[in-house]
Ligand binder design. Sequence first.
Ligand code: NCD
Length: 311
Amino acid sequence: MKERFYKRDVISILEFNREDLEYLFDVCDKALRYIDKKLYLLKDKVISLAFFEPSTRTRFSFEVAAKKLGADVISFTSEEASSISKGENLADTIRMLDNYSDLIVIRHRLEGVAKYAAEIAEKPVINAGDGKQHHPTQAMIDLYTVRKLFDTIDGLVYGVLGDLKYGRAATSFIYGLSQFKPKKIYLIAPEALKAREEVLEILKNKGIIYEERNNVEDIIDTIDVLYVTRIQRERFPDPMEYEKVKGSYRVTYELLKRGKKELKVLHPLPKVDEIEYTVDISSYAAYYIQAKYGVPIRMSLLALILGAEFE
Ligand code: NCD
């Protein structure tokens, strides 16, 4: 199995079948044992973090993951901080990172940039989120979190609530689920933020049972995992469109109390106002532990791609 990961690009979660993901999660179980240690598995490696779009968790967790494995990291955190601001084109920037490092992690506001970078670079490229569709490592973290919480990803009822139109974390999570056997996926969004046709197509093709809803209130008692996302303000072509939907959904503690006792709320973070703060300190909130799994999942992926193994 490990050869399936070696030197591989990671562009979309759809490129990873169930077996791949389960293997990655098994490796992650091992990586978790070393989470408080410093390892030197990648001591001769340099990892580039090319973040053309803001990020807190994704960038820091990639950096921590690389450093825990003993790799060196070079990075920039915005276009302003790189020669892009002097007019350098993206291809040249990628070529330089390809020269200087063994693996490139890239985030960009435009869809397709990670794939483009992978075509230019000889070294493996990991997509840390591009545009509104793909954020494969986030989906890996999310699925792993479900597996840790419920011991399985299959057979559960999922609600994916929020900006399903522009949200790449939500879209990638749905794509990730489609590699497993969820009992049902509710796609819950205000009319203007409904999932795009191409997402529904994938669910249909894979025979996944799903249902679109405008609100979560009537179905909360059937849901095992409620995946919430913020409205992706920065991706709206028209600011007026954002004004119309802002604040259109909110998950409260009262709402969750009407659901199953074991119900868990996931969120890729950052959250804005879509989850009431009392939920944060309740047993429903799984998003902080989910964020924590960002490090071992990314450690596992870096190790596998660069050919290192945990004992
Ligand atoms: C997400 C992203 O950047 O797509 N954040 C993340 O990586 N955890 C979600 C978001 O920005 O809403």
